[in-house]
Every structure is written in C-alpha cells, then in structure tokens.
Design a protein around this ligand. Structure first.
Ligand code: SF4
Ligand code: SF4
Ligand code: SF4
Ligand code: FES
Length: 957
C-alpha cells in the first residue's frame, strides 16, 4: 500500500548516455533512453492511471489501465511497457481512453469487496484512487456471479495479513519478492479466474520460504497485504525520515506516525543504502521500543545483592559521579573507564569518549567493535591507509566476481544481500569461503561457482594459497602494483606467497579445501574485469583476524581490484553504528578520526578545544579492564548501550570481573545481563527518541531523527552530558548538531559534515571535506590514502585452540536473520516466531556417532565452560564442526567461547572453540546458576516497583 509521503513514477529510472525528447499531451519532456512512456509522463506531471506498475519494479503490463495513444502507432499501447522514442507524441487523456479505463476498472471492482469505509487502506488505496481517477460511477456486472469475495485470510505472519478477497492478481507482490528481495517465495498459481497468489507450495506465509521482508506488502496496491499495525492502529498522519538502528546496512526509513505513535516503518525509496527495501527487523521489529520491560526511571543500589531503588535523575547522576570520584581517589586515576556503544549515535559515542579522556582523565575507553571489527581497522590501515571499507553498496552492481569470505549476508546484512543476489542473477559469479553452507551457496537462480568449505581457523592458509596461485600463474596486475604500491613490500610478499608451503596443494591438509577448487577460485577472482571481496566476522573473530584482513587487502591490490566501482575490500559491519563508534575515537589508543593519542599535535588540538590536558598513553582495552578488575585495580565502569556480560567471550570470566568492581553504571533500555551486575541504572533512549547520526558499513553517515519524546525524559547524549557536568567537565550542548559541529572541527575526514549538509544530501560518505564536499563513494581512487599500498607478509599461524580426543569438534558461531546480536531488542518482538531459541547445528555423521537426534538436548563442553542447547542435525555444517547463534542469554554461547584473541587487537576468537558434544537431560551447572541469579536480580528490580520487570528466561533441558 502507498506510503503517505512518496510519489510513484510508475517504472524504475533508466541510466543511459542518450537522451530522448518527446511530447506528452503537447508538452515536451526529455528523459534517458529506455525510460517508459509512463515515467516520462509522470515527470511531465501527466498522471496516467496504473495498477500493476510501480517505480520499484520492472513493468509487467498486465492490468491494461495505463493505455495511451501514440501518434503513428496502432491501438492503445500500455504506457508502462512502452519505451519512449525521439519525437514521439503521446496522448494520455481523451474520451476513448477514459472509456477503456473505466471498463477495466469496472471488471476489477465487480470482484472486489465494497467495504472501503472500514478497510484499513481507506484513503491510501491505489484501487480506490484509480476508481476515482477514471471516473468510475457504476458497476454493471453485479456481484451475483462467481467471485473471490469469500477467499480466506492468512494471518499467520506476525506482522502482516493476506486477505485474498481483496487481491486483484496484479502480481506486484510476486515481482517484489523476486526482484527486490530475491527470495522468490510467491507465485501466481492457477489460471484465469482461478489465478491466485500462493506462498511457496500453497503454504501459509509463516510456513513458507517468506523471510518477512515486507516488500510485497509495500508493493501491494490494495489492502490484500497489509501491516497488522495499520489494521489495528489506523492510518498515519505524518512521516519522519530516519535510519534503522539494527544492522550495518543502515537502511533509511520513513517512520509513519500518528502523534508520537509509530504506525509503521516504510523503507525510503530515496535511501542511498537501501533504495526502498528493508528486512524484517528494520521494517517490523520495533515493538521493543515501547515494550513494558523498558526501564524508564533511574535506579541505584549499594551492592548487587540489594534491591534497586528508584531515584530522581539528580540523585542518580550525583551518586554515579561521587562514586566514580571516590574510586579514583582511593584506587587512582586509572581505576575507572567507559564503554561506548555501536548501537548509539556518533554524537553519543563521541561524548562518552570525551567524558573518559577529558573527565576521567585517562584513555580507558573501548567499544563493542573490539569484539567484532577491530582487526578490520588494524589490517586495512596497515595496507591501504584507512580503517574502513572501500566502496558503496551499489558498487556490487558493477562486480563481475564476488568473493564472499566469512560473511552470511542473507542473515546478517539482508538488504545488501538482496542487492548482491540481484547482481548474481544478472550473471556475476560467486565464490563463497565459509565453513558452513550458507544460503548463498545455492539459492533460487544462484549457485556459487566455488564453495571453499574451509575448516574454522584456517582463513590465512586459504588466502595465502589463493595468492600463491595468482603469483605463480602470472595473474598479478603488474602495472597496478608498480604504479600504486610499495614495490619492496610487494616483492617481499610475492616471494613469501610463491613459496611452495603456501601452495593450495600444501595448504589443503590444513584448510580441508581441495587444491583444484582453490586454483579455480583464484583464477576466477584474478581474471575478471571487476572482482570485489566482501567479508564479515568470519574473517575478523580469529586469533589471526588482523592477518587475514591484511591478506585480503594484499590479494585485492595484487589483482588491481581497488579504487573504482565494482571492486574493493568491503567489511560487512555488524551493528548499525559499529563504523561510527570506531570513527568517533572509541578505542583507547585513538582520538576521533583514527589518530593516535601519542601524536602531540593531534592531542594539542583536542586539549585546546576541550580545555583540559590529555594523556598521550593508550588506556585499557575491554579485556585489560577485566584483568585489572580481577587484580583489584579497576573498580568503576560506565557502560552506554552495550551488554558485555552476554556478548563478550568466556562469560564466567567477565561476570567475575564485573562482580569485582565497586561501581558499574549501565545506561540501557532494559535490565540486560550486564545491568544485573550494576549499581547505577540510567534509563536510555531508543533510536526513535533522539536526533543524531549513524555511520553504516559504506562509511555513510545518515540522519537519525526523533519521532517521539524520550521515555525516560532524556536522550542518551543528554545523560552523558549530565554525568560529565556532575564530574566537573562542562558540556553545554543544546542539540546533537552542535556535537557534530565539534566532531567536524576536530576530525579531518569530517570537516564538511553538518546537519544542514545531511538534510541537503540525505546522507554522506566520509571523507567529506574541502577536497570531497559531497563525500567519497570510492576510496583509494588514483592513489591509496597512505600514498602507496603496502603488502604485508601473512604467515599462517595455527590457533592455540586445538581439537583433541577430549574436545574433538570445533564450535563456530553466527547470526540469524530474525534476531539481532544479544537479542535484547528482537527477543521482545514478534520475531521470536522464527527463532525462539539458539540451537546447535551438528552434522548427521557427528550426531549419529553420539546418538543425537534432531531436537535432543545436548551438552556443549569446552575448556572454558559448558552449556546445553537443543540439537539441529544438518549437513549445512561439515563433519567435525558445530555451529550456534548467540541471541539468547540462557543459551550461554559465550560460556563456552575462550579468551583467545587476535594477536593485534584482542578481538576474541569467537569462531573457533574446541568442544565435545554429548546427549544430556538437564541444564548445565552454569545455566542453573544463571537462572537462579537472574530470578534474584529480577526480584530486586521488582522491589523498585517496576511493573515491567522482565521475566526470567528459564534455561531449557
Ligand atoms: S515478505 Fe518478502 S520474502 Fe515474504 S513474500 Fe513478501 S516479499 Fe517475499
Ligand atoms: S496481493 Fe496485492 S500485490 Fe499481490 S497480486 Fe494481490 S493485489 Fe497484487
Ligand atoms: S538490512 Fe539492516 S539496516 Fe536494513 S532494515 Fe534490515 S536490519 Fe535495518
Ligand atoms: S500499469 Fe501498465 S499495464 Fe498495468
């Protein structure tokens, strides 16, 4: 159904160097060749009635409502499927056309319920609009004949209904699912009068292959496919453009509102990252923002054994500040620190690191990006000179070969996955390097040319063997390397990878991938016109995460695949603002803009602006904070929007460190796992309650706009400001735009960024400065940011985490589409319909050996701990490898992950844990303790009078 704010031009825009001029109803209009007559007319303000056409989908020409007359052409061509031609003369309105269109509408309406007044689409229905537009006044056929008015409703999807009685079989939904989403879940089954829309094999939407992206709902011109929220709450009356707060794709949405109530989220056609598409999370899973579990009043307590006490903001902030100062006075300046959030805005993250550096007087600030993409920052900076991805998402449409390593975009970056699938359906080739058979290996109309199903932990061995083939088979782009890269470093690297020990044949014993497959993949990647690498946490979350990122950059440089559209090195960032939190100086060694704290000139710039003296020594990383806490040296922590007790590895180690601290201040929406160890709870705000910006995986800074007042009274940036002022660090920002102005003044890559510029351009990819006033879609064009590209030698070093007789399997972890990260948000939405527990995937061979069947409870034991999950027996994983997601705290996925980490950045090695799996009949000892502790904490929350105290999620087994 139509969005309240969008104009539909009928067919998609065409790109062409050739322009065509024609006349529409006597007015001249010039458009690119290939444009439809319908779109040209819309651009000339001539509205042609339409039903089966929309500018988000290729024209189909089925409804015959858009007929026009064209001088010199016989009959009445459909304007949506007729391309413009030079000198064409088109008539869009006359008596004959009106009569024909009325006849078409009459047929549609004769088989359509006349319940407009009570229909949820009333006032926003294209069928209704078209009946008005063609001047329909009567329906001569009556309703006595055969019709579909009693066709059944499908209410199975938690978010939308399918009311078949209202379907006009225009096929827009089917095409949206095919073209936009790429799931191909819908078909028109039957013929003629019996034609109907079917999900998969005539299943309910919930049981079908549908992934609930909502593209069909948006495409539907009637109320057949309608959001349940719209049916229940009624029509919105205004909309505000904002940015999704889930993943690093950064989709732009119109929040359609009535007053302060969100009626629905509609993906923004003008969104540069998503072009009007979305996934189930961004479009539908926003119920957490108003969930009764939200804590909206500040609370304090003396110890974690005490009940929480609701207090005023003044008391909470005053208490937090005095505790932090007390701890510093007793244990020293470095005994406290802060953690920024990759879910909060750039401005909020900037303020937290400023509070730590200028208010706490140390550099003990770190972020959850430590545990995901810190190796990306390190590896790309060392080789290319900038810690970020090189491309736009749209660049994939120019790629001829896509090498996807350790990433599962259909689950973790779904809107980008849809775009990538579009390109793959057009004929681009795909190489997947992943221990697991992810969906993209084989999905409708797509089959990977190679699936390099390597053993977890052997990425570097694989990338070296790919490079070996490139070097030994003469596939290096010598000109590019000579002109653009440090030749010495290249020669050293070439000699290294050319060594026989790096050959695919030698490495096959390590990676488990057949040498011939590696050779074929290397040839495919190196010889295509444009080859692009996309990678995810399957690259970074390893003991050699940084080495692998450098290996990827080496391969791209050696084959000349950097510096233009269709190529590049593209980290798929997990959370909505993980790029931004890194950009904003969240790491202990860097100021905003990735400048080391030891650089005197940079430090002086910040000292001048902030009016304090700053330390030139890096502070503590998160794991160092835990160690220091266990050593009794680190006692106070301010955590904004992050749940380290659930998300960081080796849970028992983390919780022991948290228990050892004297003042933990948690600022969040819910009593999350970390808050159960806290002494001060500051109620945070959702993305709907504040202004700011997020930066996505393309370096795209997008506006986040407030659509409702903060439930707690303050946006997160205001809470940090209150705490800073209470600590004596003066902050007087009245709006986040002033914080962005300060960021721009202090950060060379942001000097051109302002809220005014964002309003004007919609979004901006940094660097944005005098040299690039409209931002930078492609990095390293002409030369690398560091001048010459530097090749790094990437020796494969096996992980210390070894399988043996006691722990014979390797556990690796990942995400699922419907849930997000620690699940605090998505677990509180209808998305649990698709995933209500984390399961352990195990290969049939390994399951058989252990007598494990589908759905059995299994104990997963590692050197760090033990947890119990239900088994899913599947050949998606290879023998010897098991896999789980980590969206539910009681699953305890991180009870079993170890403290091994990347040598350069301490990014945890989540992807490789040696485990044993056995059938069990009861929860693990940790799960029993967790359940007891959680119940106790919830009762202490209940004591503070919170009606919405979250229920203990019982461990299963
Ligand atoms: S919601 Fe998305 S995946 Fe499901 S049928 Fe509609 S377009 Fe297809
Ligand atoms: S469900 Fe909507 S979009 Fe799909 S065929 Fe029916 S009317 Fe058209
Ligand atoms: S793809 Fe990511 S940013 Fe886009 S709607 Fe889904 S979760 Fe939000
Ligand atoms: S809009 Fe052109 S045929 Fe339907």
């Amino acid at each position: 159904m139509q969005s309240i704010a969008e104009n539909d031009l009928g067919t998609p825009a065409r790109r062409s160097d050739q322009q065509v001029t024609l006349q529409i109803d006597g007015c001249e209009v010039t458009v690119p060749a290939g444009t439809s007559v319908m779109r040209a007319a819309a651009l000339a303000d001539a509205k042609i009635p339409k039903l089966c056409a929309t500018d988000q989908l290729e024209p189909f020409g089925s409804c015959r409502l858009c007929l026009v007359q064209i001088e010199g052409m016989k009959g009445f061509p459909a304007s949506c499927t007729t391309p413009v031609a030079q000198g064409m003369k088109v008539t869009t309105q006359n008596a004959e056309l009106a009569k024909l269109r009325r006849g078409v509408m009459e047929l549609y309406i004769s088989d359509h319920p006349l319940d407009c007044l009570t229909c949820p689409a009333n006032g926003h229905c294209e069928l209704q609009d078209m009946a008005g537009a063609v001047g329909l006044r009567e329906v001569r056929y009556g309703y006595a004949g055969a019709n579909h008015l009693d066709a059944p409703k499908d209410e199975s999807n938690p978010y939308f209904t399918f009311d078949a009685s209202k379907c006009i079989v225009c096929s827009r939904c089917v095409r949206a699912c095919d073209e936009q989403q790429g799931t191909l879940a819908l078909t028109i089954s039957g013929r003629g009068f019996d034609s109907k829309v079917s999900a998969s094999q005539e299943e309910s939407f919930l049981d079908s292959e549908c992934v609930s992206c909502g593209a069909c709902v948006q495409a539907c011109p009637t109320a057949t496919l309608s959001e349940k929220s719209l049916i229940e709450q009624g029509q919105p009356d205004h909309s505000v453009v904002t940015t999704c707060a889930y993943c690093g794709v950064g989709c732009s949405f119109r929040a359609e509102m009535r007053g302060e109530e969100v009626i629905r989220m509609v993906p923004n056609k003008d969104g540069h990252a998503n072009h009007g598409h979305s996934c189930v999370k961004g479009r539908f899973a926003i119920g957490y923002a108003t969930h009764p579990d939200r804590i909206t009043r500040p609370m304090i307590r003396a110890s974690i054994a005490d009940p929480w006490r609701e207090v005023s903001w003044e008391e909470a902030i005053g208490h937090a500040a005095s505790e932090l100062r007390r701890i510093q006075a007793k244990y020293g300046r470095d005994s406290i620190g802060g953690i920024t959030s990759s879910r909060c805005s750039n401005e909020e993250t900037y303020l937290v690191q400023k509070l730590v550096r200028a208010g706490f007087g140390n550099n003990n600030v770190d972020t959850c990006a430590r545990v995901c993409h810190s190796p990306t920052g390190y590896g790309l900076k060392a080789t290319l000179g900038e810690s970020a991805g090189t491309q736009t998402f749209d660049s994939v449409m120019d790629a001829d070969v896509v090498l996807l390593i350790g990433a599962n975009p259909t689950d973790a970056h779904p809107v980008f996955a849809s775009q990538m699938k579009r390109r793959l359906r057009q004929g681009a080739r795909l190489i997947v390097a992943d221990p697991r058979r992810i969906d993209l290996v084989r999905t409708p109309h797509i089959e990977a040319a190679q699936h390099l199903q390597l053993r977890p932990g052997t990425n570097v061995a694989l990338i070296n063997s790919l490079a070996h083939v490139v070097v030994r088979e003469g596939l290096v782009k010598e000109d590019f390397v000579r002109e653009r890269c440090e030749v010495d470093s290249f020669e050293k690297w070439r000699a290294f990878v050319a060594d026989e020990r790096n050959s695919p044949e030698a490495m096959a014993a390590i990676t488990g991938v057949a040498a011939e497959q590696v050779r074929a993949a290397a040839r495919l990647y190196a010889t295509a016109r444009n080859s692009a690498i996309y990678y995810g946490l399957g690259v970074t979350e390893h003991s050699q995460g940084s080495t692998m990122v450098m290996g990827i950059a080496n391969l791209a440089m050696a084959t000349g695949n950097v510096g233009r559209s269709g190529v590049g090195v593209n980290p798929l960032r997990g959370q909505n603002n993980v790029q931004g939190s890194c950009d904003m100086g969240s790491f202990p060694h860097e100021f905003p803009g990735y400048r080391h704290v030891s650089e005197t000139a940079v430090r002086e710039q910040f000292e001048k602006r902030w009016q304090v003296s700053l330390l030139g020594e890096p502070g503590l990383r998160i794991p160092n904070m835990f160690e220091a806490a266990l050593d009794g040296e680190f006692k106070g922590l301010y955590i904004q929007g992050e749940d380290i007790a659930q998300s960081d590895p080796n849970t028992q180690h983390v919780t022991a460190a948290l228990t050892a601290m004297e003042c933990i201040i948690v600022q969040d929406l819910f009593l999350n796992e970390s808050a159960k160890f806290a002494h001060v709870f500051l109620p945070g705000s959702s993305f709907l309650e504040k202004d700011g910006t997020f930066t996505n995986a393309e370096r795209r800074i997008s506006p986040v706009r407030k659509v409702m007042r903060p439930k707690s009274g303050y946006a997160d940036w205001e809470i940090t400001q209150l705490l800073a002022n209470a600590l004596g660090l003066q902050m007087n920002y009245t709006h986040p735009r002033e914080i962005m102005d300060e960021i721009a003044a202090l950060t060379p890559t942001f000097t051109g960024v302002s809220y005014a510029r964002l309003d004007e351009l919609g979004s901006i990819q940094w660097p944005c400065n005098a040299e690039h006033p409209e931002g930078t879609p492609f990095m390293h064009v002409g030369s690398f940011v560091r001048g010459k590209g530097r090749f790094m030698v990437t020796e494969y070093v096996p992980t210390a985490e070894k399988v043996n007789a006691r722990y014979p399997l390797i556990l690796t972890t990942g995400r699922i589409l419907s849930q997000y990260n620690v699940g605090a948000q998505t677990r509180r939405t209808g998305n649990v319909a698709w995933h209500d527990e984390d399961r352990l995937e195990i290969h049939p061979h390994d399951a058989d050996e252990r007598g494990i069947r589908e759905g059995d409870w299994v104990g997963v034991q590692s050197r760090a701990g033990e947890t119990v999950l239900r088994a899913r027996v599947t050949s998606r994983v290879q023998p010897g490898v098991v896999y789980t997601t980590f969206h539910f705290p009681e699953s305890g996925a991180n009870v079993i992950t170890t403290e091994n980490s990347d040598w350069a950045t301490n990014c945890p090695e989540y992807k490789v844990t040696a485990v044993q799996v056995t059938r069990v009949s009861q929860p693990s000892a940790w799960q029993k303790r967790y359940q007891e502790f959680s119940r106790r904490q919830e009762s202490l929350l209940g004591a503070a009078g919170h009606a919405g105290a979250p229920k203990a999620e019982a461990p299963r087994g």
